[in-house]
Each structure stands twice: as structure tokens, then as C-alpha cells.
Design a protein around this ligand. Structure first.
Ligand code: PBG
Length: 330
């Protein structure tokens, strides 16, 4: 009989322990960031209909959310403010007693450095028109928005923020923030830049939660077209030049290639933001018994890390931390 030579697929002669020993992708709860929403008011604990399982707090209740997440193993947070009062210039974003500023003071008083607080720097949750910057002649005006973003970052740092994360995609934001922070004594405050932020339908549930849907037009003038990847690399390079300390790719699952390219091309930490729509889809399909929510959550998170993310910003933060603790992934 003729002998056919063929090479077999290389498979590890494995046991569960060996499979864990040789995993290429390691996941740690220390790499997770959990976003939290804070609105005006007192005693607020409302579940977001568009994001089941996520709770909106007020400055006096936010510490409950932080405490619960800390006990699940997450210690880094991304804070978003949702004021009742909105105006054309988003003044709630940089008010010394704004919702985020109040929350920061309360959290720092209760948890000091146990909780690492990152604050979103953008005007869209604070403007009555819902855009990320000032409107001049019916369009978002890049340059006049920059001083307001710098003022927002400064007021957050003064209230206790550990790192500022500008998300509005205005050109020159990082340079404007860096020089303002340096001149006001925040030389060691890092900037996490949303450098690669796509104009994405996956932000839908967030806009619902934050009441930040643009009242006219859309964000395509300042967020990126998802057909492009070189544009993302160009933006990241520009923002690193302006001294961004770390960058965000957003959304995550549709942008695994961007995460990988960012990781391979630059040496700053890369954060991936698994956004509201990614979360809501997994929750909804899970609730409808179409998928196993927990397993899909695990696989998505590991996939994002495998693509090259150093940090994962996710509404699944606490659930993932518990799964990591139990050894289900990582
Ligand atoms: C604010 C901001 C948005 C998100 C984070 N920061 C909304 C937007 O750009 O419309 C979206 C986050 C999410 O969907 O979870 N500019």
C-alpha cells in the first residue's frame, strides 16, 4: 500500500492546566476600566433602559457604585457627567460644582487612591445642542472649543481626577490640554486621548443614557469614517506628538484591526473601548436566549486583548473582573 506523507496539525498534548500554562493572551482585572454615569440630583440609582445592568448615580450615591466595583476587583473608573441644565457652551462641564466635580470630591474623600479616576473631557453631555464643541455658523468650531476643554480638564483635576480623557476629537486638544495642565501645576497628570474614535452607530445607547444625541446634524465632521484605518494611525501619531500619554481606540469589536495596528506602530499604552452598543447587543441577545451572554462577554474581552489592547474600558468591567478572579479567562 502506498504511504501518504502528511503533516499533522500541531496540537498541544494538553490538559486544562497545561492549556492555561501556555496561553498567549493574559487578562488581568488590573487592565479593566469601568465607565460610570453621574447625573444631577440626590439619591439617584436608576437602571439605564438602553444598557441593562448599568446604573446612573448622583454625586451622593456614586460611592456605592465605586464600592461595589472595587469589591468585584475593578479599581479604575471612567466618569461621565449628565447635568440637568445644559446650555450652548456646555458650562456644566467646567463648573467647579458640576456633577463630575462633586462626584470626584466625594469619591476621593471615601476611597483616596484605592480608586483611580479617569474623567471624560467633552462638551456633548453638557450642551443643549448635543455637539462636542461650540457652534459657530451652524458648525462645530474647533478652535474656540479648545479653551473650554482645557478649563474642563483643569476643574476635574482640581476636584480629584487622576487622568483626563478628551473624547471630543477636536484638533489640537492634546496640545491645548497639556500646556494648560503644565502651566497650572498639573505637570504629572496624564492625558488619555480618544485618538481613534470612529463615527459609530454603536454609541446609540450611550447617547440615550447621557442625553447627548446631537439635536441637528451628526458627528461625522469630527469623528472618523469607518472605511479608513490610515487616518486613525495618523491621528494617533499626531496626538502622541502632542504628548498624549495613552490612546483609545473606539469602538472595540469593529476595530480590532485598528487596535492591532496601533499596538504594532506605537509604544504608548493602547486602550480599547467596548462601547455601549457592543454591551447592549450582548445583553439583549443573551436576554433573548440567542447567545450565552457570559461566554460571549468572555470571548469578546479576550479577543480585544488578543488584538493588542493593554487596557479594556467596558461596562462589563465588574463581571469580567469576577470571571478573571474565578479563572474563567486569563
Ligand atoms: C462623548 C462620548 C461618547 C462616548 C464616550 N464619550 C459619545 C459620542 O461620541 O457620541 C460613547 C461611549 C459609549 O457608547 O459607550 N463624546
Amino acid at each position: 500500500m502506498e504511504v501518504i506523507e502528511f503533516s499533522r496539525t500541531r496540537r498541544l498534548r494538553s490538559t486544562p492546566v497545561l492549556r492555561r500554562l501556555v496561553r498567549e493572551t493574559r487578562v488581568s482585572a488590573a487592565a479593566l476600566v469601568y465607565p460610570l454615569f453621574i447625573r444631577d440630583g440626590q439619591g439617584v440609582r436608576e437602571e439605564l433602559t438602553s444598557m441593562p445592568g448599568q446604573i446612573r448615580y448622583s454625586p451622593d450615591t456614586i460611592c456605592e457604585g465605586i464600592e461595589a466595583a472595587l469589591s468585584d476587583g475593578v479599581s479604575s473608573f471612567l466618569l461621565f457627567g449628565i447635568p440637568d441644565f445644559k446650555d450652548a457652551c456646555g458650562s456644566g462641564a467646567y463648573a467647579p460644582d458640576g456633577v463630575v466635580q462633586q462626584a470626584l470630591a466625594n469619591i476621593k474623600r471615601a476611597f483616596a487612591s484605592d480608586a483611580y479616576l479617569i474623567t471624560d473631557v467633552c462638551l456633548c453631555e453638557y450642551t443643549d445642542h448635543g455637539h462636542c464643541g461650540l457652534i459657530v455658523d451652524d458648525a462645530v468650531d474647533n478652535d474656540s472649543t479648545l479653551p473650554l476643554l482645557a478649563q474642563t480638564a483643569l476643574s476635574q483635576l482640581a476636584a480629584g481626577s487622576d487622568m483626563v480623557a478628551p473624547s471630543g476629537m477636536m484638533d489640537g486638544t492634546i496640545a491645548a490640554l497639556r500646556s494648560a495642565l503644565d502651566s497650572q501645576g498639573f505637570v504629572s497628570a496624564p492625558i488619555l486621548s480618544y485618538a481613534a474614535k470612529y463615527a459609530s452607530a454603536f454609541y446609540g445607547p450611550f447617547r440615550d443614557a447621557a442625553g447627548s444625541t446631537p439635536q441637528f446634524g451628526d458627528r461625522r465632521a469630527y469623528q472618523m469614517d469607518y472605511h479608513n484605518s490610515r487616518e486613525a494611525l495618523h491621528r494617533i501619531a499626531t496626538e502622541i506628538e502632542q504628548e498624549a500619554d495613552a490612546i483609545i481606540v473606539k469602538p472595540a469589536q469593529p476595530c480590532l484591526d485598528i487596535i492591532r495596528q496601533a499596538r504594532d506602530s506605537f509604544d504608548v499604552p493602547v486602550a480599547a473601548y467596548q462601547v455601549s452598543g457592543e454591551y447592549a447587543m450582548i445583553k439583549a441577545a443573551g436576554a433573548a436566549d440567542m447567545i450565552d451572554e457570559h461566554l460571549v462577554m468572555l470571548e469578546s474581552a479576550v479577543g480585544i486583548f488578543r488584538a493588542g489592547a493593554d487596557i479594556l474600558i467596558s461596562y462589563f468591567g465588574p463581571q469580567l473582573a469576577l470571571a478573571i478572579h474565578r479563572g474563567e479567562i486569563g
